[in-house]
Design a protein around this ligand. Structure first.
Ligand SMILES: Cc1cc2nc3c(=O)[nH]c(=O)nc-3n(C[C@H](O)[C@H](O)[C@H](O)COP(=O)(O)OP(=O)(O)OC[C@H]3O[C@@H](n4cnc5c(N)ncnc54)[C@H](O)[C@@H]3O)c2cc1C
Length: 598
């Protein structure tokens, strides 16, 4: 059976030593008083909840899955999920980073993200119920009318009600411009519509955890232009809400089927039918995608953090197994002569698999927390220029968090399964579940290909590299500051070298893309991975500098941090050489073959 220990020490390292969170928060009036002790206390309690309440339900939830009563259209989550959710609500966790005006605790989003990393390590399927709710909260907070905010935000903040995002239809997922669901205005009820259509793959689409579910649904108004410019967003509650806030009639938005799927069995992936369900318009008519993007961006970061959580828990268990499992002798002679064989952790390739997962977890944590802190800056800093700068960095980093962390988790969980040999493939050890659960993260919330096109096409080439240059300046400054230090050469030199290569590659792809847009499509996935490594290299180099300065303290944490950074630079970063070559090799090898020959 797997175990899970919340990685509080590494979170504290990133928050306090790498990013200086409390210093940064001092510039934000809403968070200026937050101190290190309070932050650490929240992390400890959050870790306890994850490890003690939801982690024990991970395997049983996977085995039981969700059930649908076809007569009533009601879905039941696996046994124990409802009670765990009640504890979550009672503990005030859904409100952690929500607006105090709507009953929230007003803590930084960064802390909420640390909570979610641990919840995802413990049980990704369960965590998707409150996770999507927080995304719906953010969308309505940004775009809701005063009435919608008054009706929904306090309930989403407390967690009494949950949320979903209803975008996908059977014929369209990536290309939402094709969607067909319709919204007809209700005569005499301004702002209200009857919505008809079918959605598929809706996560947490129905369940028994909460009294009501607020579905955020994309549909077309009668006069809507074709394509993505004709999509509007609606808040459609499962139960209509009376003027006094009590629950009214059942709205005809029903779960008609549950998907049978590879992983996250404990989360209800619902087919949803809307039979004239009543909803209210969120944001402007035909501008629904822009409003929905608030939720989609939050969810993209959330998906990256799902994968970070899985990488961490898979790593922890693979290490424990590798220290315990005895097979063969070390190539350099017995390391445990008193035993019939050595533990497999003596073998170089087993170490490579473990260290790969460890480096992906630590690099991913640094990047994800850095991005969350940027969002706090964007939301709460008094200086508009600082807020804009933070928003630009978040825009650049969001597709990287989503795609790089989820691709890495797929590799990491697979490596960790490999460490178990045949036992990794067998259910009782729990490792194969992590591999299965990790796979969806590369697909939903915009596939990783779409994230790559977003990064290279929109975020980088779309503004002539301005956002990338901003991040590049941080790297250049670090290189300038640390380049003189002999001990930092092993980190600074490859970082500076990769920075130069990314600049050249970006220019080259921009030129090629002018002549033929397929050149961008052909290079985008490799390009995102290269830039992902550049960002990781920057954080590992910064971490190494701290570890070098503090390794004399006797705290083995810094020795391990340095060893992980060295492993990263020598064994993982060099992957960029091959990726740059394939990115540069262009579209012709992909497009030359006639479709009929496939
Ligand atoms: C378990 C699960 C949970 C989900 N949860 C939700 C949810 O809560 N709400 C919701 O609305 N949806 C949800 N989805 C849907 C999910 O977001 C979509 O499946 C995903 O966005 C891909 O859409 P699609 O399946 O239609 O694939 P398609 O759009 O048909 O894509 C097929 C392939 O073509 C590629 N492709 C498409 N267009 C391009 C392009 N322009 N360039 C290059 N490649 C391209 C894609 O990358 C992909 O590899 C969920 C799906 C699953 C399986």
């Amino acid at each position: 059976m797997p175990t899970y220990t919340p990685p509080i020490r590494d979170m504290q390292f990133v928050l306090h030593e790498l990013l200086g969170m409390t210093e940064e928060l001092k510039a934000m009036p809403a968070h200026a008083e937050l101190d290190i002790d309070t932050i650490n206390a929240v992390l400890e309690e959050a870790g306890k909840f994850a490890a003690e309440v939801t982690f024990p339900l991970n395997i049983s939830g996977d085995e039981a899955g969700c059930t649908l009563d076809k007569q009533t259209h009601e879905v039941r989550a696996p046994q124990g999920f409802k009670e765990a959710y009640a504890q979550f609500v009672e503990g005030g966790w859904p409100a952690l980073s929500c607006d105090p005006d709507h009953g929230g605790q007003g803590l930084p989003l960064t802390l909420n993200q640390c909570l979610y990393e641990m919840l995802n390590s413990a049980n990704q399927a369960w965590t998707m119920y409150p996770g999507l709710t927080h995304g719906a909260y953010e969308c309505l907070h940004a775009h809701g009318t005063p009435e919608q905010k008054a009706t929904y935000l306090p309930k989403l903040t407390s967690g009494e009600w949950t949320g979903t995002m209803c975008l996908t239809e059977s014929h369209c997922g990536t290309d939402l411009g094709l969607l067909r669901s319709k919204a007809e205005p209700i005569a005499g009820a301004e702002g209200s519509y009857r919505i008809t259509g079918s959605k598929i793959f809706i996560s947490s689409g129905d369940h028994d955890l909460a009294a009501n579910i607020v579905h955020l649904v994309l549909a077309r108004l009668p006069d809507a232009p074709a394509g993505s410019k004709g999509i509007s967003l609606f808040a459609v509650p499962k139960f209509l809400v009376n003027a006094d806030g009590s629950l009214g009639d059942r709205n005809p938005i029903y779960c008609t089927g549950l998907e049978h799927k590879m992983g996250i069995h404990g989360n209800a992936t619902a087919q949803i039918s809307l039979d004239g369900a009543v909803g209210t318009l969120v944001g402007q008519p035909h501008k629904g995608l822009a409003a929905m993007f608030v939720m989609m961006n939050a969810a993209r970061l959330g998906v990256g953090v799902q994968s970070l959580g899985l990488t961490e828990v898979a790593y922890q268990n693979a290490v424990a197994y590798a220290k315990d499992r005895l097979q063969m002798r070390s190539l350099t002679g017995p390391k445990a002569p008193d035993k019939p064989a050595d533990p497999i952790i003596v073998h170089p390739d087993v170490r490579k698999m473990l260290l790969t997962a460890r480096a992906y977890a630590e690099g991913g944590r640094a990047l994800a927390i850095y991005t969350a802190l940027l969002i706090d800056r964007e939301l709460s800093h008094p200086d508009e220029d600082v807020r804009q700068d933070a928003a630009d960095q978040v825009a650049l980093l969001t597709p990287i968090v989503k795609a790089f962390l989820t691709d890495n988790a797929w590799l990491a969980t697979s490596h960790c399964m490999q460490v178990y040999g045949g036992h990794g493939y067998i259910k009782e050890w729990g490792m194969e579940q992590y591999v299965r659960d990790a796979r969806i993260n590369m697909i939903y919330e915009g596939t990783n290909t779409i994230q790559s096109l977003d990064l290279l096409g929109r975020k980088v080439l779309g503004d002539n590299g301005a956002k990338l240059k901003k991040f590049g300046k941080l790297i250049a400054q670090f290189v300038e500051d640390e380049g003189v230090d002999e001990a930092m050469q092993e980190f600074v030199n490859p970082l500076a070298d990769l920075g130069d290569k990314v600049t050249k590659l970006t220019t080259e792809l921009g030129m090629k893309g002018f002549g033929n847009a397929d050149e961008v499509g052909a290079a985008a996935v490799d390009y995102l991975r290269v830039v992902g490594h550049l960002v990781f290299a920057y954080f590992f180099a910064r971490s190494a500098r701290i570890a070098l300065a503090r390794q004399g303290s006797g705290d083995p944490f810094y020795t391990a941090k340095l060893a992980t950074a060295r492993f990263y630079f020598s064994k993982l970063l060099p992957e960029t050489a091959g990726l740059i070559r394939t990115a540069r090799s262009g579209a012709t090898p992909l497009m030359a073959m006639d479709e009929a020959l496939f």
